[in-house]
Ligand binder design. Structure first.
Ligand SMILES: NC(=O)c1ccc[n+]([C@@H]2O[C@H](COP(=O)([O-])OP(=O)(O)OC[C@H]3O[C@@H](n4cnc5c(N)ncnc54)[C@H](OP(=O)(O)O)[C@@H]3O)[C@@H](O)[C@H]2O)c1
Length: 266
């Protein structure tokens, strides 16, 4: 809640499924109103109806954030409608599996536009207002993939490394402003991600040895971390182990482990 008792407004990107939809539910459970965005309007409208029934004001703004300029356009649209964002959840994203030289270049462009460019543009557009008002929360959704290079998902992992690097740096820059930024790093999670990313057959998603979290539990942990102002949260013990060992172990160990999880790129 704001100091004047008004309900906070949260903008959630990628709210039509998975972690984003669960984050929206979590935010509403904690008294926020929400703006939901993604491409699929019917899914957003269904979620908005559910959240309105739970007492929130839920606004749907369908938008393809893979289109250059769309993130800034979204920020301007919200401003024009008088919707002041207190909480920004930058969650929309997808992956792409395959040897880099055989990946579709248009798909790589679209992925980087969404995972990197739109996320950066939306954060840049909305942060100054939060800083001026002296309060706000931002979440960037990265991944355990942000901690280590991933042959067979190279550009996706690199996009998430960008998000993690941006998030860690901005969390520092924002100290003392009243605004906090949390980078959420899930590992394998049940959602639409594996299908959207062509990753269903990767050991990361098929192996019973790899623990998979639910989108709801990732959202709960992410929301709590954001509320506490935690700069980086890797969800789950095994994911923490994989992510942080990726930072310290020699590449001679990291790459064979990555290959076990992400398959063979040859
Ligand atoms: N699930 C995992 O294993 C996992 C692990 C680590 C990190 N993550 C990250 O978690 C985030 C959420 O993914 P998820 O697991 O919840 O997968 P998901 O169920 O596929 O959700 C992805 C969301 O992004 C939206 N989106 C995709 N392309 C878009 C575009 N061009 N413009 C606007 N919105 C777009 C999708 O909505 P529309 O299709 O309606 O546009 C959807 O709401 C992603 O950033 C992903 O990289 C996921």
């Amino acid at each position: 809640m704001q100091d004047n008792g008004a309900r906070n407004l949260a903008l959630v990107t990628g709210a039509s499924s998975g972690i984003g939809a669960e984050l929206a539910r979590e935010l509403v459970r904690h008294g926020h109103d929400v703006v939901l965005t993604a491409r699929r309007a019917p899914e957003l409208e269904a979620l908005a109806a559910e959240l309105r029934a739970a007492g929130a004001v839920a606004t749907v703004v369908p938008k393809d954030l893979g289109v250059p300029g769309a993130a800034r356009e979204l920020a301007l649209e919200l401003d024009a409608r008088g919707l002041q964002v207190d909480v920004l959840i930058n969650n929309a994203g997808f992956g792409d599996v395959g040897a880099f030289v055989r990946e579709d270049p248009d798909r790589i462009d679209a992925m980087l536009q969404l995972n990197v460019v739109a996320l950066t543009a939306l954060t840049r557009a909305l942060l100054p207002g939060m800083v001026a008002r002296g309060h706000g929360r931002v979440m960037l959704v990265s991944s355990t993939a942000g901690f280590l290079p991933g042959p067979n998902m190279a550009a996706y992992c690199a996009s998430k490394a960008y998000v993690l690097s941006l998030g860690e740096a901005l969390a520092r820059e924002l100290r003392g402003t009243g605004v906090t930024l949390t980078t959420l790093c899930p590992g394998a999670t049940h959602s639409g991600f594996a299908t959207a990313s062509g990753a269903e057959s990767l050991p990361l998603f098929t192996s019973s040895l790899v623990p998979k979290m639910s989108s709801a539990s990732v959202a709960r942990a992410g929301y709590d971390a954001m509320t506490r102002g935690t700069p980086v949260l890797v969800t789950g013990i095994m994911n923490k182990l994989v992510a942080y060992s990726g930072r310290v172990l020699p590449r001679a160990i990291v790459f064979p482990v990555a290959r076990l999880l992400l398959g063979d790129h040859r």
